[in-house]
Design a protein around this ligand. Structure first.
Ligand code: ZN
Length: 163
């Protein structure tokens, strides 16, 4: 089932991808990703490039930083006291999560520990990088009504709930 379906709005699309830093050629990631096409769950430039593809199709997509995860912003780098980590010693180059007073959860990366201060960075780890995606479409199917309602993919396509 699904072999002749095209990537279009409200299809569940599963891709295999390799992600490269365009400047250095370094491979940053290799993974699989399933999303509902046309719902804004995917980088817009990548979503547009996948439109109309079929299972088995492959494509290379290059995105500049501003079309991907944004430019790197120095003002998103901050310093906090070590005791903000509640007695734990943070690890360099590790992602932690901060909660705003509004309850929003924000990921950040610990860049450095300098005495009693920790240098933290709220930039997306891929901010400032021009990226190349090598993508292969591995599955296309209709999204279920429940998936459309939730705006995300359920692994088995059925009522399994995971919130
Ligand atoms: Zn759900």
């Amino acid at each position: 089932m699904g072999e002749h379906q095209k990537v279009e709005k409200n299809k569940v699309v599963k891709i295999k991808y390799e992600l490269y830093d365009t400047q250095t050629g370094e491979k940053l990631e290799e993974s699989e990703y399933a999303y509902i096409h046309g719902t804004g769950a995917m980088l817009p430039g990548l979503e547009k490039a996948l439109e109309g593809l079929k299972v088995g199709d492959e494509k290379e997509v290059e995105l500049e930083a501003k079309e991907a995860y944004g430019e790197y912003k120095e003002e998103l780098v901050d310093r906090v006291p070590l005791e903000a980590f509640g007695g734990q010693t943070p690890q360099k180059d590790t992602v932690y999560y901060a909660q705003t007073p509004e309850g929003e959860v924000l990921p950040f990366t610990v860049k450095d520990i300098q005495g009693n201060e920790v240098v933290i960075d709220f930039n997306h780890p891929l901010a400032g990088k021009n990226l190349k995606f090598k993508v292969k479409v591995v599955e296309v199917r209709d999204a279920t009504p429940e998936e459309l309602e939730h705006g995300h993919v359920h692994e088995d396509g059925h009522g399994h709930h995971h919130h």
